[in-house]
Design a protein around this ligand. Structure first.
Ligand code: ZN
Length: 458
């Protein structure tokens, strides 16, 4: 039984930090140790104590002076949109029709799906993210490709085949029955296989007929342990169109409510323009509002009112996410930087400890998987990111005047990106290093991977 002993500055949260001085909210070790065995963290604490628990042959890796945190979590992204990201000049509905739907038709080709799934997970890990809640395309093959890649890497990911049967081109449509059948088959094959989680994924009310939302409802009833993910209240034109399509609904949230789609494992992307009634309905059911700042700014959708949602009498459970390719960066550090600015435009602040809580434990709690990921507690899966606050000349210079952990974290969020990610452990395996070695091998064997690499470099 081989084990790994990591040394570095460790930071893990126990609860939401009220202020930057709320020390009981986190556990920080200046000289910390993590003992990893069989993909799990088996001991954590001061290095001297953890070292005593390590067996003779443990592989020791010294990451000092870098920070070791739980792997970052992205609660909403679209893997088929890697070649949609950075598409110019449209708001949500035009952006879907002009760029996204045509691109997603390519995923009927299983080989294309496999290539993009591979490059997507490479990119996500390279940015320090170890878990993502992903939308696939409408094609069953795209979800097969995603799960196969995810399972090969032993990543804990949540994903689902998108259900959509109207208001989109033929090449990205299913039917209520085929969506049900394909989802059923994918759940049977992938949910609970290794670390894979299936999410029932109706894209949103505009592209699902009432008959299809009925099928999504049936799937949720038949599999109450599964996640459900969709979009809600992102953009004014979207809201107006939805209410035309569902004239009996009192508001947008009521559409999903009517089909029983609200609940503690339901993830609603965006939730920007909610009425008080809608926010109450989400709160009453423990549903999760997913904040996607880079996407909301890029598409001009609006400003998610994070602090008001959190503090209202009936608070919302909140997760944060990239929403690639409406979102403009794979990095959760970049995402929280933009999130900070959106919150500032609402006249509020999010302090650096709250931000890093959100990226790790907060998102794990919102996804109801905190018993597995999001902390460095013994018993957790060994998904870990190593962050370097001196990764670039500008960061190194600014660090000369940073005296506190809070300042270092804020600098990482404000200036950091993939360059600040020194290493990533997925279930105890050094995924960033291994990936570089793996890519150097596969590039000789697989022309598709080689093209991906040259794209990444240029
Ligand atoms: Zn989205």
């Amino acid at each position: 039984m081989t084990s790994t002993l990591l040394r570095g500055r460790t930071l893990s949260f126990l609860r939401w930090p009220e202020t930057v001085d709320d020390h009981p909210a986190w556990r920080y070790e200046d000289d910390g140790g993590l003992l990893l065995r069989n993909g799990r963290i088996v001991a954590a604490g001061a290095y001297a104590d953890v070292e005593k628990k390590a067996d003779e042959g443990a592989k020791k890796i010294d990451h000092r002076p870098h920070l070791l945190l739980p792997g970052l979590i992205d609660a909403h992204a679209h893997f088929p949109q890697m070649q949609v990201i950075a598409s110019y000049g449209a708001e949500l509905l035009d952006w879907l029709n002009t760029y996204t739907f045509p691109e997603e038709t390519k995923f009927q080709n299983a080989q294309h799906g496999r290539r993009i799934a591979r490059l997507f997970l490479d990119e996500v890990v390279r940015h320090g993210t170890t878990t993502v809640a992903a939308y696939c395309s409408v094609h069953r093959e795209s979800a097969e490709a995603f799960f196969a890649e995810s399972h090969d890497r032993n990543m804990l990911n949540i994903a689902g085949k998108v259900m959509m049967d109207r208001n989109a081109p033929e090449g990205v449509l299913d039917t209520p029955q085929s969506a049900y059948d394909d989802s059923k088959a994918l759940i049977a094959e992938w949910h609970g296989k290794g670390r894979q989680h299936y999410a029932i994924t109706p894209r949103f009310a505009i592209t699902s007929s009432p008959e299809q939302l009925e099928m999504a409802s049936a799937l949720c009833r038949e599999h109450p342990d599964l996640h459900m993910q969709t979009h809600l209240s992102e953009n004014h034109a979207e809201i107006a169109f939805t209410l035309q399509l569902y004239p009996k609904a009192s508001d947008y949230t009521d559409v999903y409510e009517h089909y029983g789609l609200l609940g503690r494992k339901s993830l609603f992307g965006h939730c920007i323009h909610l009425s008080e009634r809608e926010a109450d309905a989400l709160s009453d059911t423990g549903s999760v509002a997913v904040f996607c700042p880079t996407s909301n700014l890029f598409l001009g959708s609006g400003l998610f009112d994070y602090q008001r949602y959190r503090r209202r009498e009936k608070p919302l459970r909140i997760a944060t996410a990239t929403d690639v390719g409406g979102g403009t960066n794979y990095s959760m550090l970049r995402t929280m930087d933009e999130g900070y600015k959106v919150i500032a435009l609402n006249g509020e602040k999010l302090n650096p400890f709250q931000s890093f809580w959100q990226l790790t434990r907060g998102n794990a709690e919102a996804l109801s998987i905190v018993e597995r990921i999001g902390t460095l507690d013994p018993g957790s899966d060994a998904d870990i990111v190593v962050l370097d606050a001196r990764a670039t000349p500008a960061m190194r210079l600014r660090m000369e005047t940073a005296d506190t952990l809070a300042e270092e974290l804020f600098l990482l969020q404000t200036l950091g990106d993939d360059r600040a990610v020194r290493e990533v452990y997925v279930a105890g395996r050094a995924a960033k290093t291994d990936m570089a070695i793996w890519l150097s091998h596969t590039s000789r064997l697989d022309p598709a991977a080689a093209i991906g690499q040259s794209l990444q470099r240029s």
